[in-house]
Design a protein around this ligand. Structure first.
Ligand SMILES: Cc1cc2nc3c(=O)[nH]c(=O)nc-3n(C[C@H](O)[C@H](O)[C@H](O)COP(=O)(O)OP(=O)(O)OC[C@H]3O[C@@H](n4cnc5c(N)ncnc54)[C@H](O)[C@@H]3O)c2cc1C
Length: 364
């Protein structure tokens, strides 16, 4: 496994592992360890300000289904330990610039040995997937990991909106391995085009804007003393027609990336990884295995990429009309049977039965 970083390390704050993603971690044998570190999530909840109207209220549904919000560091360290224990050789400080007939080309001119198959897990800016990067979506967000405190539900993702153009959110993310303090991921929606202006704005002025939208975030906002505590994450949306290239197969964001509004990206990457490993175990020829992998994942990926594309503007857009539709059409409909069950299944990552499709590889 090659990575460009000097030492393996996570980037960013926290994310929600949905029930399908947790099922993959259970299948990998690390489910128990990650559950000890993360925060169970049972509800996604949002109010529009200043009215306080509830416009998002999704619970995971019957049967005790729940998500698990984790610090990226926790997920990363658990997976890294497991990879090391499995004997994976990890080669750091190698930036992949290309691949040709199973050989990786690194920045600086070195090349790797020849592999039967290259698995491209380089993420959204993978040069193996696209010659040119996908342009960012208009909105991204500032993210920080802060000490958990304040009057927030310890088992919910909570958000406050002003129309769809402003959003602040709090997500409990548990703790990193070895730490005792629970943390919260705090995020503030910000347009890509406004990032430079934000960097030039006084931090206190920005904090006042946040507190005006959601005064109860004061104990979290107080912890932000330096701008560097906030990392700007830009989002992109795109799907390769096929995950198969010449001696290369794409998994995760390099195949399909989306804004995190539906909270599915890491789960989809985990499902891809499980599907590919099952396919490689079931087929001796790599070309048969990658075809089986693509078949098992295509439907679920197309479905969720479409859903993410449709839902993202309801939470991040300048359009007053879209915010109106969210507040006065989507929110009331979301309370009428059977919509709550459909939304619960959508958020859980379960629509399209991705795990059954992966099980079918094993059988076939
Ligand atoms: C702010 C934010 C919040 C999110 N929240 C959620 C959520 O709640 N739930 C969820 O499921 N998903 C969420 N996601 C999406 C999720 O983070 C991604 O879908 C997931 O990390 C994709 O995993 P990946 O392994 O494909 O790529 P990545 O996690 O991006 O990993 C790519 C790896 O490749 C390495 N690399 C990159 N380029 C090179 C190169 N040229 N050479 C060598 N190494 C390289 C990187 O160092 C990194 O280790 C969120 C994303 C963002 C940005």
């Amino acid at each position: 496994m090659f990575d460009r970083l000097d030492a393996p390390q996570p980037l960013g704050s926290g994310l929600i592992l949905q029930p399908v993603g947790l099922a993959v971690l259970d299948a990998t044998g690390v489910g128990k360890r990650i559950r000890e570190l993360g925060a169970p999530i049972r509800r996604l909840f949002g109010r529009v300000q200043p009215s306080g109207r509830v416009v998002l209220d999704v619970t995971y549904g019957p049967g005790g289904a729940e998500g698990l919000a984790v610090h990226r560091g926790a997920l990363f360290e658990v997976l890294l330990d497991e990879a090391k224990a499995a004997g994976v050789e990890i080669v750091t400080a190698h930036e992949v610039a290309g691949a040709s007939y199973g050989r990786l080309e690194f920045s600086g001119g070195k090349t790797s040995a020849k592999f039967d198959l290259v698995i491209d897990a380089l993420g959204v800016r993978s040069l193996l997937a696209r010659a040119k990067p996908i342009p960012p979506l208009p909105f991204g967000a500032l993210w920080a990991s802060l000490d958990w405190c304040g009057p927030f539900d310890p088992n919910a993702l909570e958000q406050r909106y002003e129309r769809a153009s402003k959003m602040v959110g709090v997500l409990p993310i548990g703790r990193r391995p070895g730490a005792t303090q629970d943390q919260a991921a705090f995020f503030w929606s910000l347009k890509h085009a406004d990032h430079a202006a934000w960097l030039a704005t006084d931090l206190d002025q920005w904090k006042d804007e946040v507190l005006k939208l959601w005064p109860e975030t004061a104990p979290l906002v107080e912890q932000i003393r330096r701008r560097e505590q906030l990392v700007f994450a830009s989002y992109a949306h795109g799907t390769l027609r096929s995950p198969l290239g010449r001696h290369v197969v794409h998994v995760g964001d390099s195949w399909h990336c989306a804004s995190p509004q539906l909270g599915q990206g890491a789960n989809m990457a985990l499902l891809d990884a499980l599907a590919l490993s099952r396919a490689l175990a079931a087929h001796s020829a790599p070309q048969d295995a990658v075809m089986a992998y693509a078949r098992a994942r295509l439907f679920h990926i197309r479905l969720y990429q479409l859903a993410s594309w449709m839902f993202t503007p309801a939470y991040q857009s300048d359009s007053a009309a879209i915010a109106w539709v969210r507040d006065w059409v989507m929110a009331p409909v979301s309370r009428v049977w059977p919509t709550p069950r459909i939304l619960a299944a959508l958020v859980a990552g379960a629509i399209g039965s991705p795990l059954s499709a992966i099980e079918a590889i094993r059988d076939g």
